[in-house]
Every structure is written in C-alpha cells, then in structure tokens.
Design a protein around this ligand. Structure first.
Ligand code: KE4
Length: 430
C-alpha cells in the first residue's frame, strides 16, 4: 500500500495539533507506523486519502453499528440540520430519544444527555456523590471511563487501595478519593470498603463488559457480589456502558447479566456517530439534578437536535431488527474462531472472546480475567499483526487493549476474507 498522502498529512497535522491527533489512541503509538488519514467511509469500509480501502472493525470505536453512511441515519441528520443546527432550548427529539432509552433499560427511569462519554461519567460520579453525600469512589484497574480528573488514577504504592494520579495535571487531592480494585476479584473490592469504611463510598463504577483493557467480561458472580456490597453499604453501583450499551445486546450488558445498577452511562451508538453521551438511573437519584435538584450539571450542546436525530434513527433501526444482535454475535464468533485457528496453526497462542457485536483477542497463552493478565500479553506481536492486517486492507483497533466491532453491513464474505488475511499474517509473524 502507498501512504504518501497520509505521511504528509500527519506531518502537517503535527504542526498545529498536538501529536497530530485529537485523541491519543489515533496516533498509532502502540503499533507504530503512520495512521492513515481517512477520506470517507462507505458501508463496512474506510477509504484513506491515498485511496486504500480497509474493512473497518473499529467503526469510530463503537458508534457505527450500521457502518458508514447509513442512508436512514444520514437522512435523519440532513433533515434535522435543515431546520437549524442548535438552539440551546428544549426540543421534542430529546424527549423521543430519552423515551427510547428509558423503555429499553429497566434501570433507567430518567436520562440526561451530554456530548461525550467522559461528560456522562463525570456527571454520574458527581450525582452519586451528591446523592449519597460521600466523596470516595471505587473503580477497577484496566477500566477506562473517560478522562475526568477523578478517574485518571493508577494503583497506589503497595497494599494501599487509594489511587494516585496517572497523569500530570491531576491533583493528588482529586485522586485520593478514588480507590482501585481488581476486575473479577471481589476480595479486592471488599478491601477497599474495609480500608475506607463502606459508609464513605459513594459509588462503584465498572464497565460490566470491559472493553478498554481488551475485551474482558465481568463474571456474573462478581457483579452479584458488587451489587450485594453496594446494598450493604448504601453505595451506588454505576454501570459504564458507554461502549457495551447497544453493542453487547439491545440492552447492553444489562441484557446479559441479571444484576441491576443504580446509574448507567451511555454513549457512542446512542449518537449514531455524532457527539452524544448520556447518564440515567432511578428517578429518586436523577431528580437530584439541577434545575429541580441541587447537583449541578450543564452543557451548551447537550441534547443537540442533529445529534439526537442520528441517535434516534440508530436506536429505532436496532429496535426494528431484534435478530440483528444474534447475527452480529455469530459473525464476531466466526471471525475470532478463525483468528484462533490461524494463530494456533502457526504455534501462536491467542485468547479470544465475544459479547454481542464486540470481539477481542489477546496474544497470550492464559485466559485474561483482569488487567494484570491483559498486561502479560505480547504487545509486540500484536503490533506486528496489526501492521500486517492494515497492509492487507483490514483496519483493526490499534492497541492490544481495545475492542473490535462487527457492524450490520459486514457480510460472510468479508469475515472469510479477513480470516484468510489473518492466516497469511500469522504465517509472516510466527
Ligand atoms: P468519550 O469521552 O471518549 O466519548 O467516552 C469515554 C469513555 C467512557 N467509558 C467507556 C467505557 C469508554 O470506552 C469510553 C471511550 N472509549 C474509547 C475507546 N476505548 C474512546 C476512544 C478514544 O479515546 O479516542
């Protein structure tokens, strides 16, 4: 493949945008090489500015479950845009999208829209702290919930469970209220409650299907244990379904687990590719939000009608195709089983998993149950695989610690083509 134009575009971008990108993962740092600059999307494909075509398994990190340039979603956006782009005043399309979400998620009586997953999580955390009057929160190593200060934490030193900043610019005073536990390890959560005192903990926030350490689903008994701990201590349980919502099932992880959270954050698919995040939950909690309640939260473009129209078109398409998730899961399963067969044919250990339209694979000889397991993966080999697949016209997530996605316009021929290309690349990197 020729990448001359992307190479030049990357140099030009770096002159005026830090790292040449508006979100760090796009810089391809963990896989090397120059990130292709995209000209346009076309169904299941991305076409870059050098004219190279790729089967797109990233789909803008999740939102595009119907692929690029879906006719109905585009029509809804154009129709809305013709009436104006933004009003900063209520519109009925916000109520329509909110009603769709309330109908689908048993845990959600009311929902508020924002413009990103980060904003959704930041607002949900503030609401949980405001509702409980408590400052401490528990999160899990390997889970990513956007880049608000309280959530940019890493494990503290030694046995202490309180977090320390994982980025310069985050005051330690903000992360000292964030306790870190291990995913799928209930004892580590009980230790947080013991260390801090359960009555000081406002919420536990978790990706019920983790997608930011690679794909690592929470075990059912682990989620049940979190629910019991929260009930015991009056702590709120927050499911961060920004990625898994409408990707794992029509009800996200809540369509798979029997555990009910107190608050849910959403994003990605509910914007159909436009900037939308949301947080919702029980009415008694949500009613604490300004203007009726004391917990402040706001946003100039929150509930933007054009973005709402894209999200509404997406959700209505999903509701009208109940068999879609089974089809997507079957394709995801065939894809990763094909990867596994190819890798093992060349003696390369590969762990694979699927949840609905989400798939993951680790270059690892052990099953991955938490972040420590994920970190033991062979990231060099992942990078070589990613590069080989990219040059073969397959666009995979550019980090071992991300998740891949199947969209509705991917057919069996594309899955077979991808498996065949993977076989060739495994042969090269064995
Ligand atoms: P945004 O602020 O990026 O819209 O959402 C943050 C967020 C919150 N919660 C979960 C579970 C998420 O996966 C995300 C964002 N996901 C990453 C991909 N792993 C976005 C990609 C990026 O950072 O560019």
């Amino acid at each position: 493949m020729i990448h001359d134009k992307s190479i030049a575009a990357y140099e030009a971008a770096k002159e005026v945008i830090p790292g040449g990108v508006d979100s760090p993962v796009r810089a391809f740092k963990s896989v090397g090489g120059v990130p292709p600059f995209i000209e346009r999307g076309e169904g299941a494909y991305l076409i870059d500015i050098d004219g190279n075509r790729y089967i797109d398994y990233v789909q803008s990190w999740g939102p595009l479950i119907f692929g690029h340039c879906d006719a109905q979603i585009e029509a809804a956006v154009l129709e809305s845009a013709k009436k104006g782009l933004s009003f900063g005043a209520p519109t009925t399309v916000e109520t329509e999208l909110a009603s769709e979400i309330v109908e689908l998620f048993d845990a959600i009586d009311k929902v508020r829209f924002v413009s990103s997953g980060t904003e959704a999580v930041m607002s949900a955390i503030r609401l949980a702290r405001g509702f409980t009057g408590r400052d401490n929160i528990v999160k899990f190593e390997g889970c990513y919930h956007g880049h608000s200060d309280s959530l940019l934490v890493q494990a503290g030193s030694g046995a202490v469970t309180f977090g320390t900043p994982s980025s310069p610019g985050v005051p330690a005073d903000l992360t000292k209220h964030t306790l870190l536990a291990k995913y799928n390890d209930l004892a580590s959560v009980e230790k947080c409650f013991a260390d801090a005192g359960g009555e000081t903990i406002a919420c536990i926030i978790i990706e019920p299907i983790a997608g930011n350490m690679g794909l690592v689903p929470a075990e059912e008994r682990f989620l049940e244990g979190l629910r019991a701990l929260c009930d015991q201590h009056g702590t709120l349980l927050i499911f961060d379904e920004v990625m898994s919502g409408f990707r794992a099932s029509l009800k996200g992880a809540q369509g798979i687990t029997s555990v009910t959270p107190d608050l849910v954050t959403l994003g990605k698919v509910i914007g159909g590719g436009m900037p939308v995040g949301a947080f919702g939950g029980r009415e008694e909690i949500m009613n604490r939000l300004s203007p009726d309640g004391p917990v402040y939260q706001a946003g100039t473009l929150s509930g933007n009608p054009v973005a709402m129209s894209a999200g509404l078109a997406s959700l209505r398409k999903l509701k009208n195709q109940p068999s879609l998730y089974r089809e997507l899961e079957q394709k995801a399963t065939r894809l990763v089983e094909g990867f596994k067969a190819g890798a093992e044919h060349f003696g390369i250990p590969l762990q694979v998993d699927v949840r609905g339209s989400m798939f993951g694979f680790f270059f690892n000889d052990k099953e991955v149950k938490n972040f420590d397991d994920a970190l033991a993966s062979d990231t060099e080999r992942f990078a070589a695989f990613h590069r080989g697949m990219l040059e073969s016209g397959v666009y995979l997530a550019c980090s071992q610690f991300e998740t891949g996605f199947i969209c509705s316009v991917m057919d069996d021929a594309m899955i077979s083509e991808t498996i065949d290309k993977a076989f060739q690349v495994f042969k090269e990197i064995a």
